[in-house]
Design a protein around this ligand. Structure first.
Ligand code: PMP
Length: 345
């Protein structure tokens, strides 16, 4: 809202109607350059010598990456797609929904530790910081046949310290968690290996013929505005202080209660802010501590608080995820209701 005019775009009805950019591709090279500039400035990902593709949100790229890491022919056994609970449910629901010959969802990584024999490829989703609990995680499976998809949606100074630039083989980012423009459906993947990049391009070509050029234009303008403000620091200072404030208020409220607890996140050195800092997660991973509070979601719901139950994240229903990245009004209402609930105990 502070940059309402400079972040606006106006597109004439006749303008940018075709499928392609002037180089014949679906991907704006100017936007690629902006993305690389921002990663270099934030220090959260290495892009030099790597390939970048765009997706309709990172959601599209998650499956494009699974496809790209899976074997080409059905004569090889299907790739096993796995993740570590609590994890973002779309990895499982999407993989199962597509019901493909060359990949299948095979549950939690814990069932496969020391069992990653080379007869099949393993595709491990690693989300760092993790949704729902905000922890900086690492992959758990090892072996040449293990491929990682690193979902870096929350690897921005808003949410976490940036200990070092991520340099994974395949990293996925999204504008949804950078600027909040989830409705523009724009994400990008940074890929080390050329063959994997080519396969992702094929997927995106067959699936949607690239990302809407209107969405790319919107994203370009937003990157422009980010890069201009206080040499690119303004949005991160703003977002970090906003979320840190919310996290601190929430911790104060929950600390008054024995019935509920929050995830523990330790502070770390942040190369972006050049100091030690607390993490400021996008979500609270709230636990109902009493054994009998097996349905934490219902306890909160009865108090007028809507979260998401732990089982959605393949975890226990003593847990509920609460969002800290909705509007200020939503957050204030959440804190008021939590204060009332805690005071009743
Ligand atoms: N990955 C993670 C970990 C997420 O939390 C989300 C959004 N909730 C996404 C991917 C999808 O984001 P989008 O498709 O909007 O880019």
């Amino acid at each position: 809202m502070r940059h309402a005019a400079s972040s606006a775009i106006l597109v004439s009805g006749w303008h940018r109607m075709g499928y392609y950019y002037s180089d014949g591709s679906y991907i704006s090279q100017l936007l690629v350059e902006h993305i690389k500039k921002l990663h270099a400035l934030v220090g959260n990902a290495i892009t030099e010598g790597k390939y970048i593709v765009f997706g309709s949100g990172s959601t599209q790229l998650l499956n494009a990456a699974v496809y790209a890491f899976s074997p080409d022919t059905s004569s090889q056994s299907p790739a096993k797609v796995v993740a570590t609970p609590p994890y973002y449910p779309v990895y499982r629901t999407q993989t199962e929904y597509f019901n493909a010959k060359n990949f299948s969802y095979e549950g939690s990584t814990s069932s496969w530790i020391n069992k990653t024999d080379s007869s099949s490829t393993f595709i491990e989703f690693v989300t760092s910081p993790n949704n729902p609990d905000g922890k900086l995680t690492k992959g758990v499976l090892e072996g040449d046949n293990v491929k990682q998809i690193n979902d870096r949606a929350y690897y921005w100074p808003h949410y976490t310290a940036i200990p070092s630039p991520a340099d994974d083989d395949l990293m996925i980012f999204t504008i949804s968690k950078l600027t909040g423009h989830a409705g523009s459906r724009f994400g990008w993947a940074i890929i080390k290996d050329e063959a994997v990049y080519e396969k992702m391009l094929t997927y995106l070509d067959v699936n949607t013929m690239g990302v809407s050029r209107a969405a790319q234009l919107r994203a370009l303008k937003l990157f422009d505005v980010i890069l201009e403000g206080d040499d690119g620091k303004e949005i991160f200072k703003f977002a970090y202080s906003t979320i840190r404030h919310r996290w601190t208020k929430l911790k104060e409220t929950i600390s008054k209660s024995k019935r509920f607890s929050l995830q523990k996140l330790s502070s770390q050195y942040c190369t972006f802010f050049k100091r030690e800092r607390e993490l400021s997660p996008a979500y609270a991973w709230l636990k109902c501590e009493r054994e009998e509070d097996r349905n934490c979601y219902e306890i909160l719901e009865a108090a007028g608080i809507s979260g998401r139950e732990g089982s959605l994240y393949s975890a226990d229903n003593h847990y509920v995820r609460l969002s800290l990245i909705r509007s200020k009004d939503d957050f204030d209402i959440l804190i008021n209701k939590l204060n009332t609930l805690v005071a009743k105990q």
